[in-house]
Design a protein around this ligand. Structure first.
Ligand code: SAM
Length: 237
């Protein structure tokens, strides 16, 4: 984990504690072990897990730190990215992890128990349904997602969950800037406003990476999110 410690310091100015590095080590071992039985991720080499999963997830902190992050929700979390790495370094946050696939939420639950993480809720549910539940709708300081859907679809998943004054964060590759600007109208329809497209550079990784930050400036109209499958089938224009 020395590479992760070095990169976190370099990219984020973050000094990971020995306890946090031990947690990441256990996360990595469990991910590799589970991945041999159930397919959770295509990234399964230790050095890649550290940069493309752990460090990449932690880059959300470039936008999140110094802002309220009491309640955070990660939509389409898969094997816990970016939510669980964020929770390991920010233990006071109340985190909700959402994925519709049972083997993925089972892995997240296993890891939460193994690492003794408190104030983490894991939901096997569709984002469209979570966005209509009073316990989750407009309750979050941050709604985050990586590699889940195109930006108009993702905005319909994320923005209903964010409270006014909070922010949606979409982690995107090279298409990020173009996607962000073409989705500005959709953001407005859902109560959001594009704040910033932030370029992120990671050591040893050539692909472009961006954080798309969307402020929640008004309530999301009641008709959104539409029912399961509709946002992806008929994305808002
Ligand atoms: N965020 C993780 C990462 O970056 O490694 C996983 C990315 S994976 C490509 C996309 C995940 O989103 C899958 O686990 C899938 O089950 C989940 N997903 C896609 N659409 C969803 C929806 N509408 N509701 C809940 N989960 C969804």
């Amino acid at each position: 984990m020395r590479d992760l410690a070095r990169y976190a310091q370099l990219v984020l100015g973050l000094r990971l504690t020995p306890a946090q590095l031990t947690a990441f080590q256990r996360y990595e071992s469990e991910l590799i072990a589970w991945n041999q039985r159930v397919n959770l991720t295509a990234i399964d080499q230790p050095s890649q897990i550290r940069t493309k999963h752990f460090l990449d997830s932690l880059t959300c902190l470039l936008a999140m730190r110094d802002t309220p992050m009491e309640r955070v929700i990660d939509i389409g979390t898969g094997a816990g990215f970016p939510g669980l790495p964020l929770k390991i370094v920010c233990p006071s946050m109340q985190l909700t992890l959402v994925d519709s696939v049972a083997k993925k939420t089972a892995f997240c639950c296993h890891l939460v128990n193994l690492l003794g993480l408190e104030r983490v809720e894991v939901l096997q549910e569709r984002a469209e349904n979570v966005g209509r539940m009073p316990a989750h709708r407009q309750q979050y300081d941050w709604a985050v997602a990586r590699a889940v859907a195109s930006l108009p679809v993702l905005m319909e998943y994320l923005l209903p969950l964010v409270k006014i004054g909070g922010c949606a964060l979409a982690m995107k590759g090279e298409s990020g800037p173009a996607e962000a600007h073409s989705a500005e109208h959709v953001m407005r329809v859902l109560g959001g406003k594009l704040r910033r497209v932030m370029r992120v550079e990671l050591p040893t990784i050539e692909e472009e990476r961006y954080l798309i930050l969307v402020d929640k400036v008004a309530a999301t109209p009641d008709r959104y999110p539409r029912r399961v499958g509709i946002p992806a089938k008929r994305p808002l224009l």
